[in-house]
Write a protein that binds this ligand. Structure first.
Ligand code: SF4
Length: 415
C-alpha cells in the first residue's frame, strides 16, 4: 500500500483529556500541547468532575500562561427542550478564551457562531465523519478541525488528510465503544442513562447471563475467565507502536480518550505519547524505544490493547471481534503525589493515594525524564516523624534519602 501523505515531517499536536483543573495541570506538565475538558453541562461526560465556569476561566488562563491550548467539549446531543438553556450557558461562557469548542451538531454550531462569532469550532468523533467530503462540508460551514470516526483505516485517514481543507484529528489511545463512534442506546435502554447526553453507565461492561425463554428465572453463567464475563466489552485502543505511521498520514492532532481518568493515568499516557512524538521528530523511534514506551503504558490500568480499525486490514478483523481477556489489567497501583521536600530526611514528602509498605517496589514518573524504579527501604511518617513500615491512604510519608524529585512526580507501586 502506498500512501500519499499531505506532509512528511509535521509533528501533530498532542491533545489530552482532563476531568478537573488538577489533571489539566498534570497533562500540560507531562507534555500535552492542548487539553480538552467539559463544563458542567452539555458534554459527553456529565458524570465526571467537570469544570465550573470559574474553573473553565482558570483552566484557559493557566494553559495560555504556558502557551498551550484549552478546548471545551459541547458534544452532547441537545434536545428541543434544552435549547434555551444551552443558549444561556453559551452566553455565560462567551468571554472565556477557549482555543476551540468541540461540537457534533450543525444547529449547535450555528448557535455558537451567533453568540461567539470568532470561536474556532472542532467537530467531535460523535459526528462519525468518515470521508473528506463531509470534512469539507463542515469546513464550509466554518469548522476548523474534524476528529474523524474511529472506524477508519490508516489509508482512509491518510486520504482524508490529503483531500481536506481543514485540520484532521485522530484518536490514538483509550477506551472504545462497541457501537459506531459512541452512538449507543445500550446504556439508555438498560439503565435509563443516555450515553448521547453524557450519562453513559458503561452498560457494555456489565456482567450478563444466558436465559432460556421458557425458564425465566434460571440464569446460566456465561464464563470467559476467572475475572468475569465481558461479552460486550471492547479492547482499549493503543497506537503507540504504529504512531510513526499515524504521524505520516498528515493528521494535525492526535487525541487521547479519558476525561474520567485519574491524574496518574492521564500523566502516564501523556508522557508516553509526548516521548514518542519527540522520538519520531528526531528520527529515533525504533523497535527498542517502542517496546519501552509500551511497557510504560502497561503501568496504567487498562483493558487488552488493540490497534483498532486503523490497522485491522479488514473491518471483520478477529482482534476487534475477539473479546477474550478484556477485563481490566492492573500491574501497578497509584501510590501518591508529591507534597513537598524534607531537608531533614533528604527526600520527597508524598501524599499516599493507596497504602504503601517498606519493601514495595516503587516507580516514580516525572515530566520529561525517564522513570525511576527502586525498592522502598526507609520511610518516615511526615506528621509523627517516626520511621514506619506502612503508610495508609491520605497520610503523608517521606522517602528517606531519595533527594529532590519534580513537584509533579507520581509514585506507583508494582503489584
Ligand atoms: S454503554 Fe458501552 S458502548 Fe454504549 S456508549 Fe457506553 S461505553 Fe459506549
Amino acid at each position: 500500500m502506498v500512501l500519499q501523505y499531505r506532509y512528511s515531517k509535521k509533528i501533530p499536536e498532542l491533545c489530552v483529556p482532563a476531568g478537573n483543573l488538577k489533571i489539566l495541570q498534570y497533562a500540560l506538565e507531562y507534555g500535552a500541547d492542548a487539553v480538552y475538558a467539559g463544563g458542567s453541562r452539555f458534554n459527553l461526560r456529565t458524570l465526571g468532575d467537570n469544570f465550573t465556569i470559574k474553573e473553565l476561566q482558570a483552566a484557559a488562563d493557566y494553559a495560555h500562561s504556558i502557551k498551550k491550548k484549552f478546548y471545551l467539549t459541547l458534544n452532547a446531543i441537545i434536545s428541543e427542550n434544552e435549547l434555551e438553556d444551552f443558549k444561556a450557558y453559551i452566553d455565560e461562557i462567551k468571554n472565556i478564551e477557549f482555543d476551540a469548542v468541540i461540537i457534533s451538531d450543525p444547529g449547535i454550531m450555528q448557535i455558537i457562531k451567533e453568540i461567539i462569532p470568532d470561536m474556532r469550532i472542532h467537530i467531535s468523533t460523535q459526528a462519525s465523519v468518515s470521508n473528506h467530503e463531509t470534512v469539507n462540508f463542515w469546513g464550509a460551514l466554518g469548522a476548523s478541525r474534524v476528529n474523524v470516526a474511529r472506524e477508519l483505516s490508516l489509508k482512509e485517514v491518510a486520504q482524508i488528510c490529503k483531500k481536506s481543507n481543514i485540520e484532521i484529528e485522530v484518536f490514538v489511545h483509550g477506551a472504545l465503544c462497541i457501537s459506531y463512534s459512541g452512538r449507543c442506546m445500550l446504556s439508555k435502554y438498560l439503565s435509563g442513562r443516555d450515553a448521547n447526553k453524557g450519562e453513559c453507565s458503561h452498560t457494555c461492561r456489565w456482567k450478563y447471563y444466558l436465559m432460556e425463554e421458557k425458564r425465566p428465572n434460571t440464569f446460566f453463567p456465561v464464563d470467559q475467565d476467572k475475572r468475569g464475563t465481558y461479552i460486550y466489552n471492547s479492547r482499549d485502543l493503543c497506537l503507540i507502536d504504529k504512531l510513526d505511521m499515524v504521524v505520516n498520514t498528515g493528521a494535525d492532532s492526535i487525541k487521547i480518550e479519558g476525561r474520567m481518568k485519574s491524574e496518574n493515568y492521564v500523566s502516564t499516557v501523556t508522557w508516553v505519547y509526548r516521548a514518542a512524538l519527540d522520538l519520531i521528530k528526531n528520527g529515533e523511534f525504533n523497535r527498542q524505544k517502542k517496546s519501552a514506551l509500551l511497557k510504560e503504558l502497561d503501568k496504567t490500568t487498562h483493558r487488552t490493547f488493540t490497534s483498532g480499525f486503523m490497522f485491522s486490514g479488514s473491518r471483520k478483523s478477529p482482534e476487534l471481534a475477539d473479546n477474550d481477556n478484556v477485563g481490566y489489567i492492573k500491574k501497578y497501583r497509584f501510590s501518591g503525589s508529591v507534597k513537598g521536600f524534607s531537608e531533614e530526611y533528604n527526600g520527597p514528602v508524598i501524599l499516599a493515594r493507596n497504602q504503601v509498605r517498606v519493601n514495595d517496589i516503587l516507580d516514580i514518573l516525572q515530566p520529561g525524564k525517564d522513570p525511576v524504579k527502586f525498592k522502598l527501604e526507609k520511610m518516615v511518617n511526615a506528621r509523627s516523624r517516626q520511621f514506619v513500615e506502612v503508610c495508609n491512604t491520605n497520610e503523608e510519608f517521606i522517602i528517606c534519602g531519595l533527594g529532590k524529585i519534580d513537584k509533579m512526580s507520581l509514585v506507583k507501586t508494582k503489584l
